[in-house]
Design a protein around this ligand. Structure first.
Ligand SMILES: C[S@@+](CC[C@H](N)C(=O)[O-])C[C@H]1O[C@@H](n2cnc3c(N)ncnc32)[C@H](O)[C@@H]1O
Length: 255
């Protein structure tokens, strides 16, 4: 069984609220962490799984009388790991969707703190499940768009989307050409992940401009592209050449 390790920060998806929608890994980490920092939207039923000895701290941006800043949250994560505590950073839904995880990952990387991301069921998928409808349809919808209403009144805060292609197949050149024709810049970071979370998981990093030269991935595979994939400390990972390196399965990659 997974046990939260001292000195590591786990960015964990808490799902939409029902504790039965947590992954087994998320539940195990929650049950063994020394400290849990959680957002406002994490349900009480999920928090109830934290170990009896654990310090459970709300860092919701609206908690208490004073707003907790993102910089303060980053600092708490780094300091707790440095005190050799097993740290769970619990976010509603999936931690990588509108959760400011990029800033926390950047802070952990720059402090040399190892971290692991544990995905959760995003509210988008949970809402569709509650409604009982498919998000894609051969007749009606060939893609899914996830946007925030938070910046609806600030058009200047609009950035290009992260593109995710299921079933990319082997004709990566055709996908790249389509994107380039749509104005995506050739230096946009691209990642192909094969057999995610399985023992033979493989990650290939490239750019949209060099995607045509990437080896066809082992199936099943998924293709991601966009600037959010390159946080400041990952810059060297996206060299201008298609390095086609593979990574071991472990996602403890904070160093
Ligand atoms: C800061 S975003 C976090 C999104 C989250 N990371 C996810 O993957 O669902 C917060 C927004 O997610 C949506 N959300 C989160 N939990 C929800 C729930 N249980 N039911 C409906 N919407 C939810 C709401 O739109 C909420 O304002």
């Amino acid at each position: 069984m997974t046990v939260a390790q001292k000195g590591i920060v786990y960015l964990v998806g808490a799902g939409p609220g029902d504790p039965e929608l947590l992954t087994r890994k998320a539940a195990a980490l929650l049950e063994t962490a020394d400290v849990v920092y959680h957002d406002d939207l994490v349900s009480e039923d999920v928090l109830a799984l934290a170990a009896g000895h654990a310090l459970v701290v709300s860092v919701g941006k609206r908690c208490g009388a004073r707003r907790v800043t993102q910089a303060e949250i980053n600092q708490k994560l780094v300091e707790s790991a440095r005190r050799d505590l097993a740290v769970v950073r619990l976010k509603s839904g999936d931690p990588l969707i509108f959760g400011r995880a990029g800033e926390e990952i950047a802070a952990l990387r720059s402090a040399g703190i190892p971290y692991e991301v544990v995905p959760g069921i995003s509210s988008a998928m949970a809402a569709a499940a509650a409604f009982g409808a498919s998000l894609t349809s051969r007749d009606a919808a060939s893609s899914v768009l996830l946007v925030t209403g938070h910046h609806a009144d600030k058009p200047n805060a609009e950035f290009p989307p992260t593109r995710i292609v299921y079933m990319p197949g082997s004709n990566l050149a055709a996908i790249a050409e389509q994107w380039l024709a749509q104005g995506v810049t050739p230096d946009t970071p691209c990642v192909i992940v094969s057999r995610v979370s399985r023992p033979d998981q493989a990650i290939v990093r490239t750019t949209v401009g060099e995607l045509r030269d990437a080896k066809a991935p082992e199936s099943p595979a998924i293709l991601l592209a966009g600037w959010a994939l390159q946080n400041e400390k990952c810059a060297t990972l996206f060299r201008s050449h298609s390095d086609s390196e593979t990574e071991p399965r472990t996602s403890v990659s904070g160093l």
